[in-house]
Design a protein around this ligand. Structure first.
Ligand code: SAM
Length: 282
């Protein structure tokens, strides 16, 4: 395929910052990302933000089908033209944050997700993928380095937070490589990191209620300087039922003087299950 820079020039495309358009112009890196995603001939792959189609064309060589999602109508037209001879690519003009990832996962076979994603919505994309986790076997995605550090951070570090806990509950993330800003056009101000997230068969800890787990994690990190007990006292679900937070933490076997950032993923699971069946103290 022609180089991304030549394609941009030929179609008079000016990258749109608002859509996080920063194109990979180093085909060697694109090829390493595709290799790292461990796709094979039976796979259906959804590519998020297909852009000019360089990665799409590489993925299509190996797999059964590629669904290329792209929000920008100008790029959808470019993709249609550039990939017109590749029969196993379906181009969909869609917002990834509204896309139904269960649709391509037919017959119970889980899909793989790949993408050099727009950085301005990377957390929302991750939460969307977690929603559809039963239909996805892995996601190999490019992130701004700081976001990748947050996703892979262990407890007790300053990077450990909502993303680390929620992703680790449902997926095992591993770092594939660092990608310098020089590999993109236009160049981002930050370095990038590719992570592969293998979705677990089930959550790391047997959760009773996904929504309460998410609410518990968000509450525990809502004010990072406060203790866990003090943050939980502000949780609507507990306040409205008049739940005794100290007794609840005793039941969960967690010291309320700790801060949220010290809890392991398993402890968050146990705490959210205790919150799920908590009753008022009277
Ligand atoms: N895959 C191309 C590459 O590697 O060169 C483009 C990557 S660029 C960082 C991100 C792409 O995502 C852009 O093509 C942009 O238009 C598209 N995009 C941005 N927001 C999107 C959204 N909400 N849904 C789908 N695509 C989106």
């Amino acid at each position: 395929m022609e180089s991304p820079l030549k394609i941009l020039k030929r179609y008079h495309i000016h990258p749109v910052k608002r859509l996080g358009q920063s194109f990979l112009v180093d085909n060697n890196i694109t090829s390493r990302i595709v290799d790292a995603s461990k796709i094979d001939e039976g796979d259906t792959v959804v590519e998020i933000g297909a852009g000019l189609g360089a990665m799409t064309a590489m993925i299509a060589i190996t797999v059964k089908k590629v669904v290329a999602l792209e929000i920008d109508p100008k790029l959808v037209a470019v993709l249609g033209e550039e990939l017109k001879d590749i029969s196993n690519v379906e181009i969909i003009h869609a917002d990834v944050l509204r896309y139904d990832f269960s649709a391509p996962a037919c017959g119970g076979i889980r899909i793989k997700v790949i993408g050099n994603i727009p950085y301005n919505v990377s957390s929302q994309i991750l939460f969307r993928l977690i929603e559809f986790r039963e239909h996805i076997s892995s996601a190999t995605l490019m992130f701004q380095k700081e976001v990748a550090d947050r996703i892979t951070a262990p407890p007790g570090t300053k990077e450990y937070g909502i993303l680390s806990v929620i992703i680790s509950m449902y997926a095992a993330p591993s770092k594939i490589m660092t990608v310098p800003a020089t590999c993109f056009y236009p160049r981002p101000k930050v370095d990038s990191v590719v992570l592969k997230m293998d979705m677990r068969e089930g959550p790391l800890y047997p959760l009773e209620n996904h929504d309460i787990f998410i609410e518990t994690v968000k509450t525990a990190f809502s004010k990072r300087r406060k203790t866990l007990a003090n943050n939980l006292k502000d949780m609507d679900r507990l306040r409205s039922k008049g739940v005794d937070v100290s007794a609840l933490l005793d039941e969960a076997g967690i010291d309320g003087r700790r801060r949220g950032e010290t809890l392991t993923v398993e402890e968050f699971g146990r705490l959210s299950n205790t919150i799920n069946h908590s009753r008022c103290s009277q």
